[in-house]
Design a protein around this ligand. Structure first.
Ligand code: ADP
Ligand code: ZN
Length: 597
């Protein structure tokens, strides 16, 4: 008799209970029905398609856009004693034969395929000879042009629904707004899919955003609070990744850069060193990360503002997959916003596509400059609405002080008007601060009434105020004329004093809250405690087996062992994350290490 899904959860994966809504999803697809699953990173999507393969006769096929991710999942499955295989362009024909033999005789129940493989007619003909119970499309947002990582290969997957009429289909993604969700169902031709939508909130990530001023100093400050932790610093350009990494190295921090312009071998090396904890800090473009399945990333920093909320959410989502406390810090400037806007201007594509990209960028900018709860900003983007604050973002932890800003707002509006609504933010600030730049003199702006009317306020603060005015709709931006500032229908009321407005002051990073940290001692290199010895044992074993240490055990498993100190096999099985296969492989070693104490 086949084991039940609960038995598999416990004996294979070592977990006592399903998370919401894993059990429902598994039962649904095992009933032969289609599903669309939107679940945050680290939510536990994988077992939703792995367990059906182990609990029924049918094979599960998993389509994933990334070879690294597929390899990782196969290693993870092998570690828990499950036969799984992957076929993609780098797998030699000899190995494919062996994989097919094991699929034919039922030894292998889970097969990972790249999109081009499953799209090939030859593969489809072969797969038709097997009993395919479930086809999982991972990273399903790649099928949609509305999504962030559109992959043309993925659109061809639409044909699969007809090629495998008897199998259930499950599409999974961590990032999809409602337009993308609809598009996924349509593109993949899912049959009346049931939608499983989990909350997007990542409670273990503390979210911050800062104006991009003296970024390296602010980053150095953040890194000092995270000594020994692993993290990623995302940059918009390849040049920035190299610059930031080299500056950090000059500060004595061990950082490396990563971008798509590097040769494959160097990229692979950096990725491997990061994965295995040899390098802690990676300065990277967005090319880094899709294939990263590292659960113990403690911080994600955005050196510049990302182009949209999907990208941002996906990137910060790489932090804290293991559920432990992590932080996200983003630096954003008006310059970033204008540059990203120019990227869209210059991009190929239909007007409609561009319009969507502009709107997404606007939402990103609103998020960066909001003084309200940031988590709620993310949640509302994905269609979850609530009013109470999250308690784990900078604005909730340290509410910005808002003062009456009407007089300052009037100075800005007056300056804009008197310059004929023909200058951008930088020059308006120059005028308010009474700068003697040649251009200002040449254009006669040093003669207007507001020239020098705001000398006592520094540049950064002015910029911060004007951005808040733009966000409130009191100042407009004419993008068709070099992003110069203009009046809006709301401007007159503010200038006449009929409408009061509040403006918030910027609080520098070092004055903001200290990030709570659960564990302080895990960064110590020589650690005599049981946890330290277990980690040393794990590292030696990982090197031996050429797998990353967390594949053997996550930190949280070693932590639980260190505090529970199990003495028998039965006690070891009580630890979350230890199932039969891991007990058999490592049980003896662990009990010996505990005894040696
Ligand atoms: P996703 O693919 O959604 O990002 P994963 O499937 O990789 O997430 O799961 C994230 C982590 O959560 C993994 O370490 C996984 O083993 C763990 N996990 C999944 N389901 C459970 C569960 N029911 N109980 C405990 N841990 C779980
Ligand atoms: Zn909040």
């Amino acid at each position: 008799m086949k084991p039940t899904i609960h038995q598999i959860l416990k004996s294979t994966f070592g977990y006592d209970t399903f998370r919401e809504p894993q059990e429902e999803i598994i039962n649904h697809v095992m009933g032969g029905k289609d599903a669309l699953v939107i679940m945050p990173t680290g939510g536990g999507k994988s077992i939703c398609y792995q367990i059906p393969a182990l609990a029924s006769d049918g094979i599960t096929i998993v389509v994933s856009p990334l070879i690294a991710l597929m390899n990782d999942q196969v290693i993870n499955l092998q570690e828990v004693g499950v036969e799984a295989a992957t076929i993609h362009s780098n797998v030699p024909p000899g190995e494919i034969q062996e994989i097919e033999r094991k699929l034919n005789n039922g030894e292998t129940k889970i097969l990972y395929l790249s999109p081009e493989k499953i799209n090939s007619e030859m593969t489809q003909r072969y797969l038709s000879t097997l009993n395919i119970g479930l086809i999982a499309i991972d990273e399903a947002h790649c099928v949609s042009v509305w999504g962030n990582d559109f992959r043309p290969d993925y659109t061809k997957l639409a044909r699969l629904r007809n090629v495998f009429p008897k199998s259930a289909f499950i599409a999974l993604t961590a990032t999809a707004d409602s337009a993308t969700q609809e598009d996924i169902s349509r593109q993949l031709e899912l049959r009346e899919p049931r939608k499983f939508l989990s909350s997007f909130e990542r409670k273990n990530i503390t979210t911050h955003a800062h104006p991009a001023q003296k970024r390296l100093d602010q980053i150095a400050h953040i890194l000092r609070e995270h000594t020994g932790d692993s993290g990623i610093i995302y940059c918009l350009s390849r040049k920035d990744t190299e610059k930031v990494a080299s500056k950090l190295n000059m500060m004595g921090l061990n950082a490396k850069h990563y971008h798509a312009g590097m040769d494959a071998e160097s990229r692979y090396r950096v990725q491997r060193e990061f994965q295995s904890d040899e390098i802690k800090i990676i300065c990277a473009t967005v090319a880094f990360g899709m294939g990263i399945d590292k659960p113990n990333i403690r911080f994600v920093i955005h050196y510049s503002m990302p182009k949209n909320m999907e990208a941002y959410y996906q990137e910060i989502g790489r932090a804290g997959r293991d559920g432990e406390e992590s932080v996200a810090h983003m630096f954003a400037s008006w310059g970033d916003f204008l540059m990203l806007k120019r990227f869209v201007d210059g991009s190929e594509g239909k007007e409609e596509f561009k319009r969507v990209q502009y709107e997404k960028l606007e939402r990103m900018w609103e998020f960066a400059s909001t003084t309200d709860c940031r988590t709620n900003g993310i949640l509302s983007y994905f269609g979850e609405y609530r009013t109470e604050g999250c308690g784990h973002c900078d604005n909730c932890l340290n509410p910005p002080l808002k003062k009456d800003g009407s007089i300052n707002a009037q100075k800005v509006l007056s300056a804009i008007y008197r310059c004929g609504q023909s200058v951008g933010i930088e020059m308006i600030i120059d005028i308010l601060r009474g700068s003697h730049k040649a251009e200002i003199r040449n254009r006669g702006f040093d003669q207007i009434k507001t020239f020098g009317a705001g000398r006592e306020i520094n540049r950064l603060t002015w910029k911060n105020y004007i951005i808040q005015m733009i966000n409130k709709g009191i100042v407009g931006v004419d993008y068709s004329r070099g992003s110069c500032l203009i009046w809006t229908p709301l401007s007159t009321a503010v200038l006449k004093g009929e409408k009061k407005i509040k403006l918030a002051d910027f609080v520098p990073t070092e004055k903001k809250v200290k990030v709570k940290k659960k564990r302080a001692a895990t960064n110590i290199i020589v650690d005599d405690s049981l946890f330290g010895r277990l980690k040393a044992w794990r590292l030696a074993l990982a090197r031996d087996k050429s797998v990353p240490p967390y594949v053997i055990f996550k930190n949280s498993v070693l932590e639980e062992i260190s505090s529970a100190k199990p003495k028998t096999d039965m006690e070891l099985l009580q630890i979350s994350g230890i199932g039969d296969a891991k007990l058999k492989q490592y049980g003896e070693d662990i009990i010996r290490i505990i005894r040696e104490e």
